[in-house]
Design a protein around this ligand. Structure first.
Ligand code: GLN
Length: 190
């Protein structure tokens, strides 16, 4: 079961480190021939506009879009969640390239400047009853889900921070920065 981590920009090294610690050997995906080898793909946090531009330049956008949710399980963290959403509010002026496969509406930089970054404990019962550490860095928020998608975790104010649609997973926070690998384990089972 080969897992890839999109390694164009952002904190892909942290995802690779978590997977290695779990005893999994991920492939760093930079080119279509790397993508062809994987059945799961993590899209890391970073800057969604930059990652989107690089996906176009390296001819990865269309093959990911075609396979996502079918023979390719995809997990987007933070910027990655923006990239897989079908609808993105507050996009970069002029628009930005998106994979656009998951039935959800996401707002970029939803927490404003004062709360740009924060940490909180999250309830996410699908990975167990112990609260999950949630690290949010200029995070987006999932503002609406289509009928095929389910919320997996919410902030106390109801804001959705994790969602799943079949073999697509989105988290607006960064499990790769916490030392808690339960979301990585969940993804490896999708
Ligand atoms: N604000 C970033 C964006 O719009 C996402 C931040 C992150 O991935 N930590 O792409």
């Amino acid at each position: 079961m080969t897992v890839g981590v999109l390694a164009l920009q952002g904190d892909f090294r942290e995802h690779v480190a978590v997977l290695r610690h779990m005893g999994v050997s991920p492939i760093e995906v930079r080119l279509p021939q790397h993508l062809a080898q994987v059945e799961r793909l993590i899209i890391p946090g970073g800057e969604s506009t930059t990652i989107g531009r690089l996906l176009v330049r390296y001819h990865l956008l269309d093959p990911i879009r075609t396979r996502a949710g079918k023979d390719l399980a995809v997990w987007g963290t933070c910027a990655g969640a923006i990239l897989i959403a079908r609808e993105v509010l507050d996009q970069k002026v002029g628009g930005q390239p998106l994979i656009g496969v998951m039935d959800m509406q996401v707002r970029r930089n939803a927490f404003g400047s004062q709360l740009d970054s924060f940490e909180t404990e999250l309830a996410m019962s699908i990975v167990g009853e112990t609260p999950l550490p949630g690290v949010f860095i200029r995070a987006p928020q999932i503002v609406a889900l289509g009928s095929g998608a389910t919320a997996l975790s919410r902030l106390p104010n109801g804001g959705i921070v994790a969602a799943q649609q079949g073999r697509l997973l989105a988290t607006t926070f960064h499990p790769e920065l916490t030392g808690d690998d339960r979301v990585h384990r969940l993804f490896m089972e999708l």
